[in-house]
Design a protein around this ligand. Structure first.
Ligand SMILES: [Cu+2]
Length: 262
């Protein structure tokens, strides 16, 4: 465990291994897939609930972060839409009960899989009563869609409690990435997850070179919520008597994502 504030960044490892598919009902949704020509109008923050769409549950093994064996890796661009509700829920992943910031009840958030060239849309509803949210798509180029980059106060307004916002952008790269809250240090409360972009150019082929792929996500875990830690660090007295970066109480390796929250 790295005891520095900068090491809060979760480390996501994706590797090929021979494993059986996990099981368990997915709590996230991935809906209609259609071909698209462009990005359409720039989304705006709305008062209305998140747009309702026909929701088809996919990735039945999402909780294990095992990549979906039925996901079609293709060069044909598709639109993928996700409906995400951000809410606070209590859980004790290391035995200490505290509030988490979750996506559709999951901490960390759902595994997202897409192909290079796809257009992704995330319909976000902030169901946190007292906190704003934003989500940054770490490493995405956002060429021409800078307003989807999620820097509250710079590229967008913070998403207030009860409000919805749609992030929409085209993916023009591939690899193993992650997404995370860009509001304060909120991502340390659990608002982050893996973002896997496939490519037809991948020299390793499922079924030929490997059997399955598994994301392993590691993160530091604090018993205090980020708002408490940041408030302390920004005060004269510091957090727990010091303005030095605090050490985490635990490290989590969450190949299962919801067991502590259910
Ligand atoms: Cu980032």
């Amino acid at each position: 465990m790295l005891h520095i504030w900068a090491a809060l960044l979760p480390t996501i490892l994706a590797f090929a291994s021979a494993q059986n598919n996990g099981k368990g009902g997915a709590t996230y949704s991935q809906v209609t897939t259609v071909s698209v020509a462009g990005l359409g109008p720039t989304p705006t923050i709305e008062d209305s609930p998140v747009p309702t769409q026909t929701t088809v549950a996919v990735a039945p093994n999402a909780r294990s972060y095992q990549l979906n064996s039925s996901f079609e890796i293709a060069d044909k661009p598709a639109a993928r839409t996700f409906d995400w509700t951000i809410s606070a829920q209590y859980g004790a992943p290391d035995g200490y009960n505290r509030s988490h910031t979750t996506i559709n009840g999951q901490m960390p958030g759902p595994l997202v899989e897409a192909n290079e060239g796809d257009t992704l849309a995330f319909n976000l509803l902030n169901a946190l009563p007292n906190d704003t949210v934003s989500i940054h798509w770490h490493g995405m180029f956002q060429n021409g869609t800078a307003f989807m980059d999620s820097v509250p106060g710079v590229t967008q307004c913070p998403i207030q409690g009860g409000k919805s916002f749609t992030y929409q952008f085209k993916v023009t790269q591939y690899g193993t990435y992650w997404y995370h809250s860009h509001s304060g240090a909120q991502y340390t409360d659990g608002l982050f997850g893996p973002l896997i972009i496939h490519s037809g150019d991948d020299p390793l082929v499922r079924g030929t070179d490997f059997d399955s792929e598994q994301v392993i996500l590691l993160n530091d875990w604090y018993h205090d919520e980020s708002s408490t830690i940041v408030e302390g660090l920004l005060s004269v007295d510091g957090y727990k008597g010091t303005t030095a970066a605090p050490s985490p109480q635990s490290g989590l390796m969450r190949t299962r994502t919801t067991s502590a929250i259910e």
